[in-house]
Design a protein. Structure first.
Length: 493
């Protein structure tokens, strides 16, 4: 069994179905790749059941799969002539042995003796074909109705009326008895004339009433014809990939947005770097709207696939951006800097998404990542040594420990030796911060009970130097300080 492409760039081409089954989707590792709107990464699968019958299964796609406009639930059987709808792609099941044609509804009727036989085809002329119907449910097969010409039988010429016995005289409208009575015919004509006259009077009365109503109807401005607009509102999808292969060194970074969810993958086995994150919170609609407008302004959606240059088996590097929303779709893959429009869209992705979600470090060079991590670790250690004399160094140490750890976590096990140093330093700094919080809370409560409000305020000021201004603990200490200052001002009056 084969399937035929009914639309798109491969219209008219067929593909033989493998007995092992075929998968259909947007990803390149599918048997049939469909980079079109409404197609999920892994959309559907065509396979055989235990009885050897072909059927199709939906793989949990976003827009679903249809067979002859009926949604696929579980597995739907396929037969010759079935039309499969996957997103914007239409596929038709055809027999392996012959091209599809419209089925005949009835066998051709044999030519009658009253009709001339069809003229034979000229030598070399193409045989006539049945019309090709796009969908099976719209397929109609009709046989031309051939109605024999009704000819009134001619009366044979006779020299005179033949004698007819009374039993042979028909008693009907054209009986000899009726023809012998002219008054019956005139009565019928009179009745028919009366009926026609009555109908004319009724029609004239209706026409007069309609004209009267139209003349008394308030004039109305003719309404302009309303254009029928079909709105296509496909969800926003974005796929951004960077891949380079240089002998044994492989680097692959993928960012994908589908159904408002963002997924990031990094794979660099040579340097033991692996990273994966599926963001739980959906991307805000305002950010997606901003991305759409910025990409539209670059003209990327009108960009055609450009030639990939400079590739080789040992040294290969490419980038790919695929964007789809509403009724627009574009998928471009380039090598090196061959497209200025492509580079602008890549900059938008880096500035709008990677920087917004602090993902820029993932795509940096390995040596640069290690250098930044060691710098953050050194600053954190130096700040932690001076927290006794300068309490404000404690938040600085915690922040730099976290920045160093974020970079070391990009490496697979075993991680660099500095990773453990940064992890232990962060644990000590956070434990010291909790100790300061508990001791300060105890001192503020003691000074407040002794009504030594000025000392309580001073203790609050000392605590504020040890906590980041954007933390919840900082906010609570500040509120406590304000309340004590109000108490202190009331006591001085």
């Amino acid at each position: 069994m084969k399937i035929m492409y009914l639309n798109g760039a491969l219209t008219g081409q067929t593909m033989e179905l493998s007995p092992a089954g075929v998968t259909i989707g947007r990803e390149s590792d599918n048997t049939i790749q469909l980079p079109m709107g409404g197609v999920s990464r892994y959309h559907a699968k065509i396979e055989r059941d235990a009885a050897g019958n072909w059927l199709i299964r939906d793989l949990g796609s976003t827009n679903g799969t249809l067979v002859d406009d009926v949604p696929v639930i579980g597995g739907s059987p396929l037969s010759v002539g079935s039309v499969i709808t996957i997103g914007d792609q239409l596929l038709r099941v055809v027999d392996s042995g012959a091209a599809p044609s419209a089925p005949s509804a009835q066998p051709a009727a044999a030519p009658s003796a009253q009709q001339p036989a069809a003229a034979p085809s000229a030598p070399g002329a193409a045989p006539s074909q049945q019309p090709f119907f796009f969908r099976p449910q719209n397929t109609t097969s009709s046989v031309p109705l051939e109605t024999a010409h009704m000819q009134e039988p001619q009366k044979p010429a006779q020299a005179g009326p033949a004698p007819v016995s009374p039993s042979e005289v028909p008693r009907g409208l054209f009986s000899k008895k009726t023809q012998d009575k002219p008054h019956a015919t005139s009565g019928t004509k009179k009745l028919l004339s009366n009926v026609i006259f009555a109908l004319i009077v009724i029609l004239a009365a209706c026409a007069g009433l309609w004209i009267f109503l139209k003349l008394n109807e308030a004039p109305q401005k003719p309404s302009a014809p309303t254009a029928v607009k079909i709105k296509v509102d496909n969800p926003f999808i974005l796929y951004y990939e960077k891949e380079s292969v240089e002998r044994a060194k492989v680097f692959r970074f993928v960012l994908q947005i589908e159904n408002g969810q963002m997924e990031v993958t990094l794979d660099e086995p040579q340097n033991k770097r692996r990273y994966y994150e599926l963001f739980k919170d959906p991307i805000p609609d305002t950010l997606i709207a901003k991305l759409k407008q910025q990409i539209l302004d670059t003209g990327f959606m009108d960009l055609q696939q450009e030639k990939i240059a400079g590739t080789s088996q040992d040294n290969r590097q490419h980038r790919r951006i695929m964007v789809g929303f509403d009724n627009k779709f574009c998928d471009v893959k380039v090598t090196n800097d061959v497209s200025e429009t492509f580079n602008r869209v890549e900059t938008i992705i880096n500035e709008t998404l990677l920087d917004e979600y602090d993902l820029g470090i993932i795509s940096q060079n390995v040596d640069r990542i290690l250098e930044d991590a060691r710098t953050f670790l050194f600053v954190a250690d130096e700040a932690f040594k001076r927290i006794d004399t300068e309490p404000s160094n404690l938040p600085k140490a915690i922040t730099n420990y976290k920045l160093a750890l974020r970079r070391y976590q990009l490496f697979d096990d075993p991680k660099p030796t500095e990773w453990k140093t940064a992890r232990d330093g962060l644990a000590k700094a956070e434990a010291k911060l909790e100790e300061i919080r508990l001791e300060g809370q105890k001192n503020v409560r003691l000074f407040y009970e002794l009504r030594e409000y000025d000392k309580a305020v001073a203790e609050c000021n000392r605590l504020l130097e040890s906590f980041p201004p954007d933390s919840e603990t900082y906010r609570r200490i500040r509120e406590t300080k304000i309340n004590i200052e109000k108490k202190l001002s009331l006591g001085n009056k």
